[in-house]
Design a protein around this ligand. Sequence first.
Ligand SMILES: N[C@@H](CCOP(=O)(O)O)C(=O)O
Length: 463
Amino acid sequence: MRYMSTRGQVRDLSFKDAVMMGLANDGGLLLPKQIPAIDTTQLAAYQTMSYPQIAFDIISRFTGDDFDQNDLRELIERSYATFDHPDVTPVTKQDGVYILELFHGPTLAFKDVALQFLGNLFEYLLEERNEKMNILGATSGDTGSAAIYGVRGKDRINIFIMHPDGKVSPIQKLQMTTVTDENVFNLAIRGTFDDGQRIVKETFNDLDFKANYSLGAVNSINWARVLAQIVYYFYAYSRVQPETGCEKIDFSVPTGNFGDIFAGYMAKRMGLPVDKLILATNENNILSRFVLNGDYSVGDVVETLSPSMDIQIASNFERYLYYLLGEDSESLCGLMESFATSKSLQFDGQLQAKVREDFDSLTVDKAATVDQIRDFHQRTGYVLDPHTAVGVRAGERLSDPDVPVVCLATAHPAKFGDAVQQAIGQDPERPASLDGIEQRDSRCELIDAETEKVKAYLAQRAR
Ligand SMILES: N[C@@H](CCOP(=O)(O)O)C(=O)O
């Protein structure tokens, strides 16, 4: 199994090197050269396998022979032992829709599924290579704490996480800033998540800086993030298919940075019988406009009730474009260059039709999000977080009545108490991990959204 960049200049990496490289050194994103296929016999076998067993089966198809398989199995088991549910990502049926609960990890969001794994993977690879790493990441709310929990206290790693000041929920902020381990640095940037993501990319694209400070990536620009997220699509299918008897399945995915839904797209390419991937967005609906009209043009970031999706430029979109353009790096580079200056891409009817073979989409605004949380709670007693509400709204509106729909529950409602309170007039139940969080010590620095300032900050505190 070898890896190459969407932009064609990085051509032949091992899995381990791809994980360590994060963003490809030519500015593109890394992808496996071949996509392993999972056949119907294996799909059936998953029905009696646990989450970690399925995870091992899938992940090991992407790691190649130089990864000791016993070590990999142990690493995966350890990563999911931190979840508070025996099924890791349980599926529950509520009023006709299946909810895939991805929020049973330490920081109550789907990001834990990949970042518990990636934290352990980094530790393992750094030990093996006798190296150190400085992680630089950007978050709109959930990746930050999940990444911090994935690597806190780890010997060879320092982590620097930027979040947009004042634009994440109070609990999201506390989950990051109350981790005061020596290796954790929180930066509140004066800007948006897109500024943070731009700073990450500009810093990684300075190849001398990247090498001098051994930069590591925890955002979904890192292939290992996408890989670990592919697993739960197969897991959900293995639990829902036997119950419904239906061969096909729809997934509805609250979408911001396009990493989660891209993992679903990869699962489909591997052979998972996905009928439709429903891309659910809030008012920051650049991806929805792309799916419905071929219009990928950047607007201003709007603050919504689902802050983790307050994103305009979705980094994994490039991975999808690579496939959409027939794996043609040259055309992709042309498009990315033109996007860098114009901030807009328009796709013709033929490409739009190709997109619609896999995706459908709906924009769910603030009022509809509140209405969805309230209405769903009245119908089922189940409390949705605002991101999941966006996904469930889209799933209920767009799925085919003959095809079961699985909605990805990306975060626990307790992370977004204000939105829930607004919708149902009561606070969501609080998991024990949040007990006393407001009283804990916290540490965070405010900084301008300028790449050079962030680089200087990191350089002074690097391992
Ligand atoms: N929604 C994310 C934004 C970063 O996305 P990632 O998947 O690339 O880490 C967040 O909550 O931080």
